[in-house]
Design a protein. Structure first.
Length: 367
């Protein structure tokens, strides 16, 4: 659908042209009250008057009408998948196509957000990756300055921070985030409590389940990051691996959110390889490979299970696309590269079990 903002634009361009309502009314052959109604949105000018109004303001009819094409969530998700799949084979051409679409849908802020995310995940394929990252940052700024969607702006700020960190600009990221960690808000939990008081236990249950699901994933990600920042503390890292392994098993994370499991297995493998504990490193690599092979493509980042039964419905309401940020081809290429091009595994390249995992991932790449 498209938003038409002709009233506010008549006022805007009339003032920019430097004429009064009376003068505009006289020029168009209508009453002053008609012009006033146009500008307040209580009435629209006759369609036959639009070309004359546009000519008077020296703009196009589309600009006068404030025509702002919008895309549905489903359409945005479909476009993202198509562009993500096209990037590896034609990065420059796909980027040009993206830019043309951005010009057309420059006021569709959810689409701009997805394009910024697309650029972040595929900039490495471009001749000038930092230029593409800069463009992603500019799209974020556009959303933050002009969107009225508070939730989208919040997500965009997080994406902007990610872009700044990826561009090695930690100080700019901290300017946005602040230097101290703020206590986690409990807005979602309070929403659940409110629904419970209203007697809607089904809705309250869904909200608390989604909260538990998200906190589980955050806990896993934060624990992995903490472990990799504490590699000198052998006892702590061993205990972390032990506990996270049990949590993955307990909550079935290899199926529920396979990417979280993959991140942990790769981090643990790198940790063990750095200690020259090849046996343990290979065991984690085998788990990593096994999860990859048993997860059907195209990958979907999240799914429900017999415990988290409401996750799918929640994801569908807030994002029509549960898929991975990168296309299948680029993902497949990165899987084997995570082993063959990772310096920490170089001394293991001739190990039979290691080579077997590499061969399995390369075979997947050819499919």
């Amino acid at each position: 659908m498209a938003a038409v903002n002709i009233g506010k634009n008549i006022m805007k361009y009339r003032r920019e042209t430097g004429i009064t309502q009376e003068q505009l009314a006289e020029h168009m052959g209508v009453s002053k009250s008609s012009v006033s109604k146009w500008e307040t949105g209580n009435a629209y000018p006759d369609i036959c008057l639009l070309p004359e109004l546009a000519t008077l303001f020296n703009i196009s009819v589309d600009t006068l009408m404030g025509y702002e094409p919008q895309l549905t969530k489903k359409r945005i998700a479909k476009l993202y998948r198509e562009l993500a799949e096209a990037f590896p084979s034609e990065p420059e051409g796909t980027y040009e196509k993206c830019e043309n679409m951005i010009k057309k849908y420059y006021s569709c802020f959810p689409f701009l957000y997805k394009m910024a995310l697309l650029y972040l995940n595929h900039a490495v394929l471009m001749k000038e990756p930092d230029t593409v990252m800069e463009r992603a940052w500019m799209l974020c700024r556009r959303i933050e300055q002009d969107s009225a969607d508070a939730s989208l702006i919040k997500d965009t700020v997080s994406l902007e921070v990610t872009i700044l960190i990826m561009r090695n600009k930690p100080l700019e990221a901290l300017e946005i985030l602040g230097e101290d960690v703020r206590p986690l808000g409990q807005d979602a939990e309070m929403t659940g409590a409110a629904y419970e008081q209203l007697g809607d236990r089904k809705k309250a249950r869904e909200i608390f389940q989604v909260c538990a699901y998200q906190h589980l994933l955050f806990f896993m990600q934060d624990s992995v990051n903490l472990m990799m920042l504490s590699t000198e503390d052998r006892e702590f890292c061993d205990e972390t691996i032990k506990r996270l392994t049990e949590i993955i098993k307990l909550y079935g994370l290899e199926k529920l959110h396979f990417y979280t499991a993959l991140q942990f297995y790769m981090a643990a493998a790198e940790l063990y390889a750095g200690r020259n504990e090849e046996g343990k490193a290979v065991e984690m690599i085998e788990r990593y490979t096994d999860v990859v092979l048993k997860t059907p493509m195209p990958w979907s980042l999240a799914s429900r299970d017999s415990y988290f039964t409401d996750v799918d419905d929640w994801l569908k309401r807030f994002d029509a696309d549960k898929g991975t940020p990168r296309g299948s081809r680029l993902i497949k290429e990165s899987l084997s590269a995570s082993l063959t091009q990772n310096p920490v595994f170089q001394h293991m390249r001739e190990e039979f079990r290691f080579r077997t995992c590499v061969e399995k991932l390369k075979k997947l790449q050819e499919e």
